[in-house]
Structure formats: C-alpha cells, structure tokens
Write a protein that binds this ligand. Structure first.
Ligand SMILES: Cc1cc2nc3c(=O)[nH]c(=O)nc-3n(C[C@H](O)[C@H](O)[C@H](O)COP(=O)(O)OP(=O)(O)OC[C@H]3O[C@@H](n4cnc5c(N)ncnc54)[C@H](O)[C@@H]3O)c2cc1C
Length: 403
C-alpha cells in the first residue's frame, strides 16, 4: 500500500472541486492540493452534462447564497470565456407565464431581478410578438433578461482543468474513496492511504455519501432528478431567437422545460426533472442498484404522501414527461405550435444532485456547505453552480476552508 500526503484534498473534479482547488492554490501557493476523481477524467457528470446557460440570478430569494454568487458568477464566467477565446453566445432569456396562475410571478421575478441587480425588463404583448413570435404566454406578456448567455460547458471545464494542472495541482482519476478516518485525517483511495490536512467534498451526485464517510451531513440524502432533452427539428419551421423559459414554480428548485440554443446552433428542448432510479441512472436501468432503488423509492413515496412544496404536482407532471407526448405537451406551454414530430431524440441527459433535508422533509433549494471534522462538505451544488463556480469557490474558501 502506498502512502501520500496532501495539505488539501478535494474529492470530485467537477466545476466546483476544480475551482475550489484553484482558489486554495491561489491563496496558498506553497500548499499541496490533490484532487481525487472516481471517473477516468473530469466532467463525466453534471459539469459536462448541463445546458451551459449562464444564469442571471433573477430567480433566487435575495438573502440566498445563490443570489449572492450567481449574478457575479455569470459575469465572471463570461469574462473568463472571452479572455480564453472560448465560445459564448449572448442570446438573452425570455420568461413567459405558461398558465394564468403564473402571471402574478412576473411581478415577483421583476422585483427579485431588481434587488439582485439583474438587467430585466417587462415585454408587452406587442414586444414579445416582435422579439419571439413563436413564444406562448398566458397574458401575452413576458420578461426579458438581456444578460443571459450560453457557453460550452465541456470547453469551459477543459480550460479550468488545464489551469488547475498548470498551477501544480494533481488530479488522480479512476479510483474509489474507501474508509475515512477523520480523527487521524487519513482517507483510503484504492490501494493508497492519503494523509490530509483538510478535505473538501465536492462529489456532486455522491456528496451526501462522501459526507457520511466523514460523519457529516447525516441530515441530508440525495434524490436524483433526471434531465432529459430533445432536439427541435430545424425543419419544424419554429424559429427560436432567444432562450425561452416558462415562469417556474418557485417552490421547487427546477426551472421547467425550456429551450436552449447550444453553441453549435442546435436548439435543445428540456430538461425534464423526472425522478431517476439511481444517482447515475442516465439510461434504461444503467446505474440502478436494488439498495439505492429502495432508498430513493421510499423517500419519493414519503414526499408524495406529504404533498409538501408542491411535490405531488411536480411528481405527477414530471413523471409523465418520460413519454414523448407528455413531454411535447410541456414544451407546448412555451412553444404553442410545437407538435411531437418536431422533437428529435437527443443523447443529452443529466442528473441533478438534489438533496432532501430528512429533518424538514423538504427539497433543499439553496447551495449548502457544511463543516465537518477537518473537512468541508459542499452539498446541493445544483443549478446554477456552474454559472456561480468562481465566486462560489471564493465564498467556500472565505467561510468554510482554513486557508
Ligand atoms: C440537466 C442539467 C442542466 C443544468 N443546466 C445548468 C445550466 O444551464 N447552468 C448552470 O449554471 N448549471 C446547470 N446545471 C447545474 C450544474 O451542472 C451543476 O450545478 C454543476 O455542474 C455541479 O458541479 P459539481 O462539481 O458539484 O458536480 P459534478 O460535475 O457532478 O462533479 C462531481 C464530481 O465528483 C466525482 N465523484 C463523485 N463521487 C466521488 C468519489 N467518491 N470519489 C471521487 N470522485 C467522486 C464525480 O465523478 C464528478 O466528476 C445543470 C444540471 C443538470 C443536471
């Protein structure tokens, strides 16, 4: 058995782990920082499978950590892409109330946007018709968020990986975290034991399980929600000029089926937020284990029975979206002319690392960071953690990691 040491040990090489590692090294250049990644390379999960939208921060309650880091993160990520010559499309986002009940949310979002310093304006029915003729709206009106952009998340990730390696940080890929002895600060990794000064858990879809190895985060458990995308057939005759989003149900941390125009011009419709049967259950029954199935199933059943936070409506709506006709119905809320045959299959699929708070029985909506013994646990790094990555990493280093 080999023995290694690291002043700072980061578990998980997604955008959060990479930016936290880079920030630690920037603050403590002489410290050794080691990243552990279970896959053969970084970015196999959420950071390489998302919509690539740099969100403006309009949705989040002003006191939340998301509100604090999202808007600043979008500006910083856009500047990073421009500085590195990475593709960036400044498309702007149109937010439409898909049903009459969503109309009052326009005022709430406009106010949140104002408080969160987002460049947002209300569009009259005429303005909406002119800017986005295909978009549907329950009262004809919409909000327009000018600053929303799209990037290629895989290009961003590759660039950040190269920055991290260039700063002298090693990324060890293709291992498994085994036993952790938080008292002696030793973590087992395949055949190695690693003595660490401080560990940072940024394990995304496994962040709760890794936290539990350190005796932390016992209150939280992960409920995976799958994001399935379809492609809009270019021959459908439906032209999309901006990103079109429905006004979301702000009680749940999902944004609703929307359009995203990728860097290559492909218009994706999605993602869903359908319950997945495993943390990495991207297709069919892959990534499904009986014990995880029972854990997820029992938590979902409890949530459904409690009916908390609009969960019953969410489960009913989203569960059906596994099937194309129901998915198309959801998409028609923002694109009324869309028919199922306008949707082409897509291999793009991601799973959200959504935490459930077992004490309150609620889905956690904000980012969550918890202190453990000589360790920091980043839980619930759901959307918009990609957008927010740089300021989020600084926040984690300011408040949660001894650097
Ligand atoms: C469908 C979808 C669409 C999204 N769209 C957007 C968007 O448009 N804009 C936006 O800002 N955000 C978006 N997000 C959210 C965003 O992708 C995530 O918030 C972000 O990528 C989280 O990064 P992460 O580093 O925490 O997780 P990840 O990228 O999942 O990285 C965690 C890493 O930890 C590794 N790991 C796990 N367990 C272990 C272990 N035991 N040992 C070692 N390594 C381990 C994993 O292999 C993985 O590489 C979206 C997410 C999804 C699912």
């Amino acid at each position: 058995m080999g023995a290694r040491t690291a002043d700072y040990l980061v578990i998980g090489a997604g955008i959060v782990g990479l930016t936290v590692a880079a920030e630690i090294k920037r603050r403590r250049p002489a410290a050794s920082v080691l990243i552990l990644e279970k896959e053969d390379k970084p970015g196999r999960h959420s950071s390489g499978r998302n919509s690539g939208v740099l969100h403006s921060g309009i949705y989040y309650p002003p006191a939340s950590l998301k509100a604090k880091v999202c808007g600043a993160g979008a500006k910083e990520m856009a500047a990073y892409c421009e500085a590195r010559g990475l593709p960036l499309k400044k498309l702007g986002k149109i937010l439409v109330p898909a049903a009459a009940v969503d109309v009052p949310q326009l005022d709430l979002l406009l106010e949140r946007g104002r408080v969160n310093d987002v460049d947002v304006v209300r569009l009259s029915a005429d303005e909406l018709k002119r800017m986005e003729p295909e978009a549907g709206s329950a009262n004809g009106e919409a909000l327009f968020v000018r600053s929303t952009s799209v990037v290629s998340s895989s290009d961003v990730l590759a660039s950040v990986v190269s920055d991290v390696r260039g700063a002298g940080i090693e990324i060890l890929c293709g291992g498994q975290v085994g036993r952790v002895d938080p008292e002696r600060r030793i973590l087992h990794w395949g055949g190695d034991s690693i003595a660490y000064g401080h560990a940072i858990n940024t394990a995304g879809l496994h962040a709760d399980a890794v936290a539990h190895l350190f005796g932390s985060g016992e209150r939280y458990t992960l409920l995976p929600f799958k994001g399935i995308y379809w492609k809009l057939d270019p021959s459908s005759g439906i032209a999309v000029n901006h990103l079109i989003y429905p006004v979301p149900d702000l009680r749940v941390p999902f944004l609703g089926v929307h359009t995203t125009t990728a860097i290559d011009g492909t218009v994706y419709v999605g993602p869903t937020a359908v319950p997945a049967f495993g943390r990495e259950n991207y297709r069919g029954l892959s990534g499904v284990t009986p014990s995880e199935l029972v854990r997820i199933g029992s938590h979902l059943a409890r949530q459904y029975l409690s009916g908390r936070d609009g969960f019953r409506r969410l489960a009913w709506q989203e569960g059906r979206r596994y099937f194309k006709p129901w998915f198309a119905e959801a998409a028609r809320a923002i694109l009324p002319r869309l028919r199922p045959e306008h949707l082409l299959p897509s291999t793009k699929v991601g799973i959200r690392a959504q935490m459930l708070d077992k004490e309150t029985g609620s889905l956690v909506t904000d980012f969550l960071v918890e202190k453990g013994r000589s360790s920091t646990h980043v839980l619930n790094a759901i959307s918009p953690a990609f957008t927010s990555a740089f300021p989020l990493a600084r926040h984690i280093c300011d408040d949660w990691v001894p650097v």
